[in-house]
Design a protein around this ligand. Structure first.
Ligand code: ADP
Length: 369
């Protein structure tokens, strides 16, 4: 219902209508003030704080009562305090300023804030108070840096298969006398590299869709043991070829869970493919499923090369690949970050334990309800 309809349906008299409209407008402003992720201070004419919003309380660690009545610059470093005093005079003359200030949080950390302060005036143009909007620049810069690192990783990963495809294709085209065996070998490389490129693009699209919430998890009742079996049968031919023993274990009855079947299948295929890639011939891979209170725990254990201790904390990061002699087996380093996002969006957790030369064990848990 629109506000004007709401007002007329309430059948209010003229002054009451105005009062009601004003009350609603105040409510909207209060909502904006309270829900804003930007840091907001309302200051009196002398720069003393009269209101703060929850975002700045959360960020700074100070309580509301620690803010109220103090001048805003009391929370700045001494350098910023001096600038604030000068800027405050300009603010009185010009009605607004924009300046970077260093804000000291309760635990002593200093954050650089991009601060815009504007005067609130009455109809006669007299200043009643000020509103100060602040944004944490350091955080903004970190996000910018993460974005640019992501773009440079993607560019790098796309460039190497493309260069190889282009190189081998041009060699084939230029060498009319090339023997059949070499030509086939080169064409196979082009084929493998195009597949790698297609996989990479598919992974990137999946990751960004999951991260930005564009893939809605289609959660349905499912039996995790069936999904494990499907993942295993997808990979069976590769395992058999390398004489790898693949076992499944589930000591108890496993209840149904609600999950996006295709997504959990993707996680299992990723974990099993890694286990396969990094396990030498005649190795052993075991998938076990058990109930842990209100959760189902799935374990994928291999007897492969293992992951160095120093790489373990980063293994679920995008584009991270551990140091290992198996360089040609590594992908773009996106599989585990996709798995982590999928498990996270199911309210579960995923982690790894590993020892070089002994093997790796990946675990994930999903809530039953
Ligand atoms: P990739 O596409 O490179 O396999 P992942 O995100 O799936 O990307 O894995 C990241 C890295 O983690 C791999 O490059 C590898 O170094 C390491 N890794 C993952 N699983 C295993 C495993 N089972 N055994 C040994 N190393 C593994």
């Amino acid at each position: 219902m629109r506000i004007d309809q709401k007002l007329s349906s309430a059948n209010l008299s003229e002054p009451n209508l105005r009062e009601e409209a004003q009350r609603q407008s105040e409510e909207r402003l209060r909502f904006l003030f309270e829900s804003s992720t930007e840091f907001i201070h309302i200051l009196d004419k002398n720069g003393r704080i009269i209101h703060v919003n929850p975002a700045i309380i959360k960020h700074s660690g100070y309580s509301e009562s620690e803010f109220i009545g103090k001048r805003l610059d009391e929370f700045f470093t001494s350098g910023s305090r001096k600038i604030f005093v000068e800027q405050f005079k300009i603010l009185h003359e010009n009605g607004s300023i924009r300046q970077e200030f260093e804000f000291v949080c309760k635990d002593g950390t200093i954050t650089t804030m991009d601060c815009s302060i504007s005067a609130i005036c009455n109809k006669q143009g007299e200043i009643l108070s000020f509103v100060s909007l602040q944004r944490d620049i350091v955080k903004k810069e970190e996000t910018e840096q993460m974005k640019s690192e992501f773009v440079s990783h993607v560019t790098h990963e796309l460039r190497s298969p493309l260069a190889s495809i282009k190189g081998f294709a041009s060699t084939i085209l230029a060498d009319k006398e090339m023997d059949e065996k070499t030509r086939t070998e080169f064409l196979n490389i082009i084929n493998d590299e195009s597949e790698r490129l297609a996989r990479l693009i598919e992974d990137l699209v999946d990751l960004s869709k999951i991260e930005y919430g564009q893939i809605k998890m289609d959660k349905q009742k499912a039996q995790i043991l069936d999904i494990v079996q499907e993942a295993i049968s997808n990979l069976k031919p590769q395992y058999e070829k390398n004489k790898i023993v693949l076992k499944t274990e589930s000591p108890q009855d496993i209840p149904f869970i609600f999950c996006d079947r295709d997504m959990i299948l993707k996680v299992l295929v990723n974990l099993l493919l890694n286990a396969f890639k990094f396990t030498t011939e005649r190795g052993r891979i075991t998938v076990s499923v058990e109930r842990e209170k209100e959760r189902i725990k799935v374990t994928v254990r291999d007897t492969g090369i293992g992951i160095p201790k120093e790489d373990l904390p980063f293994i679920f990061d995008k584009f991270y690949r551990a140091e290992s002699p198996e360089d040609e087996k590594k992908g773009a380093g996106l599989g585990l970050s996709i798995a982590k996002e999928i498990i996270k969006s199911h309210g579960g957790d995923i982690w790894v334990e590993s020892r070089v030369g002994k093997g790796s064990t990946f675990y994930f848990r999903l809530p039953i309800k």
